[in-house]
Design a protein around this ligand. Structure first.
Ligand code: ADP
Length: 475
């Protein structure tokens, strides 16, 4: 299949026969393309090829691997428009968000191109004069990467960048809703000179492919981003072969507005964080806790910003609110809003499907949200902001820390002491302090509790794809 200047191997524009499955545009319902339904046998062959390719790729000089990744980053930037329009076609988000995601992906490859040559070891002080202790890092081996549909380009880059830099080979299973972006990245990997077998993409049925990837002993590492429920299932499936795991799972981010916060900034960033990708991000705020003293002033500013959101087709530059990915996502949002209203929440804005098209939901504001509501304990993954007010920040901490999730959160305020103490007291892997957009390639991204294991990004990100080896050398 051709998309702009890209040739997507494993995809076809019109194929409707057996063994191929359509990819739908969430905005229109139209078919964007078809991808192969890879079988368990195909998955086994991909693992075998990745296993065969491993020694060669791991044996390349780190500078050589870095050079491929740097070329890849350049090619991604050069093909921004093709990648962004494809991303919007299969995922729905506004083109401006797609371009930002493509830039973020290029940033990951660029960063890990550099990190490839910084996988240093250590010489540990030996207890005896006639021995030396050396610690080295070796690439872990074949990596299985399973990625979600909400960031089809950058979530792939976040795994591929460090894995390839470390010297691992990768079998990638993208989400069935958004496989074309992954195939486009694979095309660019080939153009960048990535050797055969180092990256393979498997499209098709998740459970069939997932079973092979989690059970094959030749796969050393499973890197997964997605829901906590699926993460839990895959964790179990990996137990028999004791794989290393990197899991970036669900979240339930609090957005806390302290009484001395800059309310203009807090409201603007609250809207940007909440409604990016129509709330379909694992770090987007689920609950807003606003101090009584500033609640009304914050709400007024928040509503002004929300009222400016424009639901519409991502290809229209005026659109700022994306559709939801599918009917199931809409049904979940509707269930959460109905539950909150039934339990006494006030519906201040929205609360219905939006007129923009089949899978849009209105930007929705719920007030007086209580602890017993679904929006307070499950990820809504939609454009619904659930607000409550507080007098004592201790109540907020207790509520946040009672959650099974611990991915991200946000604290807005000016009293540095209170802000830092609040942020540090939260059981969260990442906290934005008067800031949003936490997903930076040089920072460790990940959660605690049932939000995951390990960190992606930063120097620690590449070490996750390595095993230490300790050498005791007698002289
Ligand atoms: P969502 O429900 O939002 O699609 P998931 O966590 O199920 O979130 O999806 C994230 C990724 O996990 C996707 O690539 C999806 O195809 C994959 N996935 C879902 N179920 C399985 C499974 N049983 N085995 C392997 N991968 C799976």
């Amino acid at each position: 299949m051709e998309w702009g200047k890209l040739t997507l191997a494993g995809a076809a524009g019109t194929r409707g026969d057996d063994g191929w499955t359509p990819v739908a545009d969430p905005a229109t319902g139209e078919t964007v393309g078809h991808v192969r339904m890879c079988s368990a046998e195909d998955a086994g062959k991909a693992v075998a090829a990745a296993h065969t390719a491993f020694a060669g790729w791991a044996g390349e000089a780190p500078q050589a691997r870095g050079a491929v990744l740097r070329r890849l980053a350049g090619l991604i930037s050069e093909h921004t428009e093709d990648l962004a329009t494809l991303l919007t076609a299969e995922q729905g988000k506004p083109l401006a968000e797609s371009r930002a995601e493509v830039a973020s992906a290029a940033g990951y490859f660029d960063f890990f191109a550099e990190e490839a040559r910084r996988v240093n070891g250590e010489v540990v002080a030996s207890p005896r004069a006639d021995s030396r202790i050396l610690v080295t890092h070796k690439p872990v081996g074949v990596v299985a990467a399973i990625t979600p549909w909400n960031f089809p380009v950058s979530m792939v880059a976040r795994k591929l960048g460090p894995a390839l830099a470390a010297g691992c080979t990768v079998v990638l299973k993208p989400a069935p809703q958004t496989p074309l972006s992954a195939l486009a990245l694979a095309a660019l990997c080939r153009m960048a000179g990535l050797p055969d077998g180092v990256l393979q993409v498997l499209t098709g049925d998740a459970a069939t492919i997932g079973a092979v990837l989690t059970q094959d002993p030749r796969v050393a590492f499973l890197s997964f981003t997605g829901s906590t429920a699926t993460g839990r299932l895959l964790y179990g499936q990996c137990a028999a072969t004791i794989k290393k795991l990197g899991l970036e799972l669900g979240g339930h981010a609090p957005f806390i507005v302290l009484p001395d916060a800059d309310l203009d900034k807090a409201a603007a960033l609250a809207v940007a964080a909440k409604f990016r990708n129509a709330g379909q991000t694992c770090v987007c705020p689920n609950r807003f806790f606003v101090h009584d003293a500033v609640y009304d002033d914050f709400l007024r500013r928040f509503l002004q910003q929300v009222d400016r959101l424009v639901p519409g087709d991502g290809r229209d530059p005026a659109s700022t609110l994306a559709p939801l990915i599918d009917e199931a996502a809409l049904a979940k949002v509707e269930r959460h809003v109905a539950d909150a209203v039934a339990k006494g929440a006030k519906l201040t804005r929205g609360g219905s499907r939006a007129a923009a098209g089949r899978t849009w939901y209105e930007a929705t504001i719920l007030e007086n949200v209580g602890e017993d509501m679904l929006v307070s304990c499950e990820e809504t993954f939609g454009p619904v902001a659930a607000l409550s007010h507080f007098t004592d920040v201790e109540e907020v901490k207790a509520s946040v820390n009672a959650s099974q999730y611990g991915l991200a959160g946000y604290v807005f305020g000016r009293d540095i002491s209170l802000v830092l103490k609040t942020a540090e007291s939260l059981d969260l892997g990442m906290v934005g302090i008067n800031a949003i957009h936490l997903g930076l390639e040089m920072a460790p991204i990940g959660g605690v509790k049932q939000s995951g294991l390990g960190r992606e990004g930063g120097h620690a990100g590449i070490l996750d794809y390595c095993e230490q080896q300790y050498l005791l050398v007698g002289l």
